[in-house]
Design a protein around this ligand. Structure first.
Ligand code: ACK
Length: 222
């Protein structure tokens, strides 16, 4: 047997193809501009820590945007994260490495901490989704597999990217508890859809037309 071990990445995931990445960044701007311009939003700024509606610019609020738009499937931390080796050893992970996948974005959301895209994973993509991905960050709740699947589009200063998936689960937890959110308007164009508000600065637009983006399943070594 060889002494050499496979190197584990910082994380495995689906990485957006350049053209679709550029276009999703534009979509994210469009979302934040339209959301920030909603009267209903301007009336509910407290959660974002602003008193004065003229002071809040959502594009500035989400000061950090990821260098690479992606959906994390498994965070490995170069092997330090629990279950990394087991994940990487799976036949389906090896076989899928460097393959192309179409990701389906069903909603965009913003919280005082993060802005992200919610994904609906296909059966094939769910094979690459760890069994404990949701439990890992919210051990007390149960979620359908893949609930946490997202693309981080931006975070407020001082907020880590990992927060985006946690925020998404917060919305889903409320929906599971029967909360639909307050229907507070509609966005148009590339981000067309109904806007729901869930208190505490949690906003989501369910897209009338899903956005499809091309991606490659791979590892990020950083
Ligand atoms: O936006 P994300 O899914 O959140 O993509 C980044 C990526 O790994 C590189 O940092 C995600 N990430 C960071 N820490 C964790 C963690 N403890 N569990 C799951 N995902 C994580 C982060």
């Amino acid at each position: 047997p060889s002494l050499e071990k496979d190197l584990l990445p910082l994380y495995f995931g689906w990485f957006l193809a350049k053209r679709d990445e550029d276009s999703l960044r534009k979509t994210s701007h469009e979302f934040l501009e339209q959301l920030g311009n909603l009267k209903a939003f301007k009336k509910r700024l407290q959660a974002y820590g602003y008193e004065d509606k003229h002071k809040l610019d959502l594009l500035k609020h989400f000061a950090k945007t990821p260098n690479i738009l992606h959906c994390t499937s498994k965070f490995c931390d170069y092997g330090k994260a629990a279950g990394s080796e087991e994940y990487a050893r799976q036949e389906v992970v090896k076989k899928s490495y460097s393959k192309g996948y179409t990701l389906h974005i069903t909603a965009l959301f913003a919280t005082p901490r993060t802005v992200g895209a919610r994904l609906e994973l296909t059966e094939e993509q769910l094979l690459l989704w760890p069994l404990d991905a949701e439990r890992e960050v919210m051990p007390k709740d149960t979620f359908p597999r893949g609930s946490r699947a997202h693309v981080t589009l931006g975070t407020a200063a001082e907020v880590q990217d990992v927060q985006t998936g946690i925020d998404l689960l917060e919305f889903i937890k409320l929906q599971q508890a029967g909360r639909e959110g307050e229907s507070l308007g509609e966005l148009t164009g590339s981000v067309a859809g109904k806007v729901s508000y869930f208190d505490n600065g949690l906003w989501m637009v369910n897209l009338s037309r899903k956005i499809e983006v091309k991606s490659i399943f791979s590892g990020y070594y950083g």
